[in-house]
Design a protein around this ligand. Structure first.
Ligand code: SI3
Length: 290
């Protein structure tokens, strides 16, 4: 069975501090309404690279408490500061997270040996499993098949969250590593990744669109390819509307329409202006209001 994870958002107050209650409400919506298989905590969608170490720890704690074992959890601990990544990894594992994930170190154009050393350092002394977070468009770090092979030599590295539109590399990875976990991360291209044998998907838009994405995976797996394409087509209308309206703040505005107090994004992400608010309301009315 393929799995669907929502990439958890963080709710912020207007003053850019974390809104604990709003974050809890989004977690609850994902469990109770979306019925996701799990949450990816502390990734891009969580606006985590703009948070302090303490804030990132607080979000892991909120997610761990609020889910209370009902869904899988993956804590993204990557940081350009390896000591912060180690601290976050230990914190998450001590809390009870079974799986961590880490974006490669970014900004300085590190060599592959340095990247491998970073993963070894994060995992050193920890009894856990790790999923590489590969998102070259944002991190600037592209890993080749040969480099994935070297990282996967470490049995604690169990797979990759693959937010990359290189489908040849995805196919090569699947063929070479049938036992590693591959979660796909470009929601609008899910349909193209399904035939390549992904184990599931992790994404921002599943915070609102999980049911349609799950139906698409089920249709595809039962051989109803036409239905799967139709569902992806509606999803893509929705996702492209969201992107046009400013992705993360708009997901939060739509959550608000649904009665979930998702709050704001953190500066320098935008706070809603009237045009964005009315755009989000229109998206809500088009895709969610019966
Ligand atoms: C940069 C970004 O937000 N990528 C999303 C996608 O879900 C993306 O938002 C979606 O496909 C719309 O483009 C995920 O791959 C990221 C993600 O899961 C995370 O780390 O939060």
């Amino acid at each position: 069975m393929r799995k669907l994870y929502a990439a958890l958002m963080t709710s912020f107050n207007k003053d850019n501090t974390i809104n604990e209650q709003g974050t809890r409400e989004m977690i609850r919506y994902n469990i109770d309404h979306n019925e996701v298989d799990g949450l990816y905590v502390g990734g891009s969608t969580g606006e985590s690279f703009m948070q302090s170490t303490e804030e990132r720890e607080l979000v892991y704690k909120i997610a761990y408490e609020e889910t209370a074992g009902k869904v899988d959890l993956i804590a993204q601990v990557g940081s350009v500061d390896v000591m912060e990544a180690k601290k976050l990894a230990k914190y998450a594992v001590d809390l009870g997270y079974k799986t961590i994930s880490a974006v490669p170190p970014f900004y300085y154009h590190f060599s592959f040996e340095q990247i491998k050393n970073y993963y070894d350092m994060i995992l050193e002394g920890l009894n856990t499993q790790l999923i590489i977070y590969s998102i070259p468009a944002l991190s600037g770090v592209s890993l080749s098949l040969d480099q994935f092979t070297k990282l996967f030599d470490n049995p604690k590295i169990i797979g990759v969250k693959y937010t990359n539109n290189d489908f040849l590399l995805l196919q090569r990875l699947r063929a070479a590593f049938p036992d590693k976990v591959i979660y796909f991360g470009t929601d609008e291209m899910l349909i193209s990744a399904l035939p390549l044998g992904i184990d599931g998907a992790i994404g921002s838009t599943f915070n609102l669109n999980a049911k349609r994405a799950k139906a698409e995976m089920a249709a595809f797996d039962s051989g109803d390819i036409k239905k799967a394409f139709e569902l992806q087509n509606v999803s893509n209308d929705f996702i492209l509307d969201l992107i046009d309206n400013d992705l993360y703040p708009s997901i939060k505005l739509i959550f608000e329409e649904l009665g979930v107090h998702a709050g704001y994004s953190k500066a320098p992400m935008s706070k809603p202006n009237p045009a964005m608010a009315s755009g989000a309301k229109k998206i809500y009315e088009t895709y969610f209001k019966n």
